[in-house]
Design a protein around this ligand. Structure first.
Ligand code: HEM
Length: 315
């Protein structure tokens, strides 16, 4: 992504805005909820699941799939509501476009990769932090149970208003990404000589910003290794600052921030209202420097109702 400049960068931004802008996110909410509930239900029927499955077979397979889907859609346009493939096809047909099919597929892959790798890690880490911090779990569950209580019908889907109301959930998400440090480094090329604390960084050099150094700075975050969502009380929870750059910052601020937050919040909602979970094995973290789980993270999910039924049977 960092290598994209000028017009291609603009293309990527337009694509991402089209797909993950606020209006699209509102429409996407029921779909995200269904996907989260469906996955959790499926997982709860297994002995255990590896939460952060390796995505090593990555790129080749995904590119083939994207190419086939684009071909299929070209031959047979979708009859339902238009989606991202329609947007790309429309863009490709415009007379003044600089997109070729190859570039479009590349950009689609970049978006897929940027969204898949990062969000799955963030969700995995949130699940782990909740296991390790029962008080945070309790407060999160209370916030989400309150949402259900306020509804006329507890099964009616998640609304945008409810999503926006979840104060503790957003604090927990920020705390998760602060400690997860999913992006271990952010690179910038120096375009003009910069003077910094008596040094000159010459044009042409690269600078690596190290978000973990910022996020674990005890001068800004008291007991920085302590998972404490409440530390965000009264603090700005959107955007970036020199003390918080989990989603980058400036011109290259993550285009998927809101989408990632929607996915995390909705997943957490389904998780804490319907399930219990425990570690079966793994869960240890190694940073290489990216965040990895060398022994996987095997978790067992069970529906809360099942627990109640089990307890009743035992009684
Ligand atoms: C928890 C989840 C996520 C984290 C922690 C994260 C983190 C980041 C970071 C640190 C950057 C800045 C990179 C830089 O400055 O060089 C970035 C950029 C970007 N992210 Fe994310 N991201 C997440 C989710 C997503 C999702 C869901 C998408 C889906 C569209 C996405 C798409 C992008 C794109 C396209 C850029 C490049 C922006 C640009 O260059 O203008 N990210 N992300």
């Amino acid at each position: 992504m960092g290598a994209l400049h000028g017009i291609l960068h603009k293309c990527l931004k337009n694509m991402a805005l089209n797909l993950f802008g606020p209006e699209s996110l509102k429409k996407m909410l029921p779909e995200v909820e269904q996907a989260a509930c469906r996955n959790l239900k499926r997982w709860s029927s297994h002995e255990s699941v590896e939460l952060k499955e390796a995505s090593a077979s990555g790129r080749k397979k995904a590119m083939r799939m994207l190419k086939n889907q684009l071909k299929e859609r070209r031959e047979k346009p979708s009859e339902q509501q238009s989606d991202f493939f329609d947007y790309v096809l429309e863009e490709l047909e415009r007379a003044d476009t600089i997109l070729t099919e190859e570039i479009a597929l590349d950009l689609m892959f970049v978006l897929l990769f940027a969204s898949f790798e990062t969000t799955s890690l963030a969700i995995t880490m949130a699940t782990k932090f909740l296991l390790e911090n029962p008080l945070a779990l309790k407060e999160l569950a209370e916030e989400h149970e309150e949402i259900l209580r306020r509804r006329e019908n507890s099964d009616s889907g998640f609304t945008w208003k409810e999503y926006k109301s979840m104060k503790f959930t957003f604090q927990l998400i920020n705390e998760t990404v602060r400690m997860a440090n999913i992006a271990p480094g952010i690179f910038r090329k120096i375009l003009e000589d910069i003077k910094f604390q008596g040094y000159t960084i010459p044009a042409g050099w690269f600078v690596m910003v190290c978000p973990p150094a910022v996020h674990l700075n005890p001068a800004k975050y008291k007991d920085p290794l302590q998972f404490n969502p409440k530390r965000w009380e009264g603090m700005e929870l959107t955007g970036a600052s020199k003390h918080f750059m989990a989603f980058g910052g400036g011109m290259r601020f993550c285009l998927g921030t809101d989408f990632a937050k929607v996915q995390m919040a909705v997943f957490l909602h389904c998780l804490v209202t319907k399930y219990r979970w425990k570690t079966i094995k793994g869960g240890e973290i190694v940073r290489t420097p990216g965040l990895t789980f060398p022994n996987g993270f095997h978790v067992q999910f069970s529906e809360k109702n099942e627990f109640k039924q089990d307890a009743a049977v035992k009684k």
